[in-house]
Design a protein around this ligand. Structure first.
Ligand SMILES: NC(=O)c1ccc[n+]([C@@H]2O[C@H](COP(=O)([O-])OP(=O)(O)OC[C@H]3O[C@@H](n4cnc5c(N)ncnc54)[C@H](O)[C@@H]3O)[C@@H](O)[C@H]2O)c1
Length: 303
């Protein structure tokens, strides 16, 4: 079994600096609190300024203004400069950044494939905000993190990047056309990065993804009632935050995706690889493996 049991210790988080997007509500807010409770400093951003400021005030009540336990900044994850500002502020305030977690996300807007569309109405371009926040936002965040996580780094210090994907990152999700595309993209980004930025010769940064199933936050209000009526498992935001925290704390953990269901987590990447000869066929899997070896860490593409 590939069950993942998070082990969050004050020893691994004490005085660490964590940057989080989407930290004002839901999973992100639970993560911000969890990290602060274990002695970390958190610099977090969100578009929800009121909730973000309130959370930062609550967590920083006993710490000096110059180095608050939690620092909130209004950040639009879909805006490149806004992401830069978040990392710049974190580095200026805390002198280093140990871990970065991209948790900002929004759910499907409207119906891109509405059967009522006509040749006239289809001429109007549909909204792409979901892609901009969930996928482009993660790409921006990861790029900037890859630089900021290397600043003022002591030799051998652990650095990690965690991206929040979704069950929709690997399992079909009818109706969530743009959301599912964005979350597959997030998982794809983690897979493209894991053999590249983890190398000591590039960035030496671990990268992992989290794929929560139904979690009780604002995002799922539309389906909440039917879900609970079917008596299916539900994560609390804290359940998911604990898995994120466990991934952040586990030195050496790289390139993994954690599926989170009802408070429990399973790693899925190892079994996808291990079982490839079964689902693809042994010969095709062997040939594919040879191609993967030629491509290696992707240095030829990245030249
Ligand atoms: N709730 C679930 O069932 C579920 C399942 C799978 C994945 N997720 C993912 O978990 C992450 C957190 O979502 P949540 O469930 O806690 O929902 P949530 O709505 O409670 O929290 C999302 C946070 O992101 C913020 N946000 C939205 N747009 C933003 C932007 N442009 N810039 C910065 N912040 C922005 C919101 O203000 C909010 O604080 C998302 O990436 C979501 O897709 C959630």
């Amino acid at each position: 079994m590939a069950q993942f049991i998070p082990n969050i210790t004050t020893e691994s988080l004490q005085d660490k600096v964590v940057v989080v997007t989407g930290g004002a509500n839901g999973i992100g807010a639970s993560l911000v609190e969890l990290c602060c409770q274990h002695g970390a400093y958190v610099c977090f951003g969100d578009v929800d300024t009121a909730s973000g400021e309130q959370l930062a005030r609550k967590l920083s009540a006993k710490t000096p203004e110059s180095k608050p336990r939690a620092y909130f900044l209004t950040v639009d994850a879909s805006n490149y400069q806004s992401n830069v500002e978040l990392f710049r502020t974190a580095l200026k305030t805390y002198s280093k950044i140990d871990h970065a977690v991209a948790a900002a996300g929004i759910v499907e807007i409207g119906n891109w494939f509405d059967p009522a569309l006509t040749v006239e109405t289809v001429e109007e371009a549909p909204p792409i905000k979901v892609l901009e926040v969930n996928l482009i936002g993660c790409l921006y965040f990861a790029r900037i993190a890859s630089v900021y996580l290397r600043q003022n780094r002591e030799p051998g210090a652990d650095r990690s990047l965690t991206l929040i994907s979704s069950i929709a990152g690997f399992k079909e999700s009818p109706g969530l056309f743009v959301y599912q595309s964005s979350k597959h993209g997030v998982l794809g980004l983690m897979r493209a990065l894991r053999r590249y930025i983890a190398l000591p010769t590039t960035h030496d940064i671990r990268v992992n993804a989290i794929c929560p199933w139904m979690t009780d936050t604002a995002i799922v209000r539309g389906i909440e009632k039917a879900w609970k009526a079917a008596n299916l498992p539900v994560n609390t935001p804290l359940h998911v935050a604990r898995v994120v925290g466990g991934v952040v704390c586990q030195k050496g953990l790289n390139g993994k995706s954690m599926y989170v269901e009802g408070g429990r987590a399973w790693e899925i990447e190892d079994n996808i690889d291990r079982l490839e000869p079964q689902w693809l066929g042994e010969e095709a899997s062997r040939t594919l493996q040879k191609g993967q070896e030629v491509l290696g860490s992707g240095m030829d593409w990245a030249q």
